[in-house]
Design a protein around this ligand. Structure first.
Ligand code: SF4
Ligand code: SF4
Length: 182
């Protein structure tokens, strides 16, 4: 019996540019070692309380190079809380959270991020913290017997985030690109 012709639209095409860009951001290109066991899903709060979030499925899209499904407006990636539970659970030491953080960075490189992230960036630029340190937080720390938080070394942080500092990093990235393709 003759086989039905394959519809070209049904063929998954690996976006190797996306895979290469991600590999430059995640140390060791660990995503390739994911064998889809799903251990990262069980304790994921974003899976439990989010809307359709699943770290195993994200890793599968990474393996297939489906960048367009991840790097888009309203990306599901922002539901990840960066709690690192998946990092603890993964038997392959794939560090899915670090893959997801790198994907978020790729979104930010494209100026695609929620307004709430913009607020966090501004707070970090002015205080060196992602969450302002309030009186209430200080009181709670005292209640739980925690020591006061150390001063933030703003001088050092400014050196890292000032525009002049981005040039060496950009050229370093270009060198890395040459190494990747050369
Ligand atoms: S870091 Fe993100 S993906 Fe991993 S368990 Fe936490 S919420 Fe889920
Ligand atoms: S636990 Fe690790 S190997 Fe298993 S699906 Fe998640 S990322 Fe992949």
């Amino acid at each position: 019996m003759p086989k039905a012709p394959v519809d070209k639209d049904d063929i998954v095409r690996v976006d190797f540019d996306f895979r290469r860009e991600l590999a430059r951001k995640v140390e060791g290109n660990l995503a390739s070692f994911c064998y889809q066991c799903g251990a990262c899903v069980g304790d994921c709060p974003a899976t439990t309380y989010g809307d359709g979030f699943n770290p195993r499925e994200i890793m599968l899209k990474v393996l297939y190079g489906l960048g367009e499904e991840l790097l888009k407006d309203d990306s599901i990636l922002w539901q990840c809380t960066n709690c690192y539970n998946c990092h603890e659970r993964c038997p392959q030491e794939v560090k899915p959270v670090e893959v997801i953080i790198s994907l978020k960075n790729m979104l930010a490189d494209r100026d695609i991020y929620p307004k709430a992230v913009d607020k966090i960036i501004k707070t970090f630029e002015t205080t060196g913290r992602t969450t302002p340190l309030s009186e209430a937080v200080t009181r709670q720390r005292e209640r739980f017997g925690l020591p006061p938080l150390p001063e933030v070394p703003m001088d050092e942080i400014r050196k890292l985030i000032e525009p002049g500092e981005t040039e060496p990093r950009a050229s370093a990235r270009a060198d890395a690109d040459k190494g990747e393709t050369g």
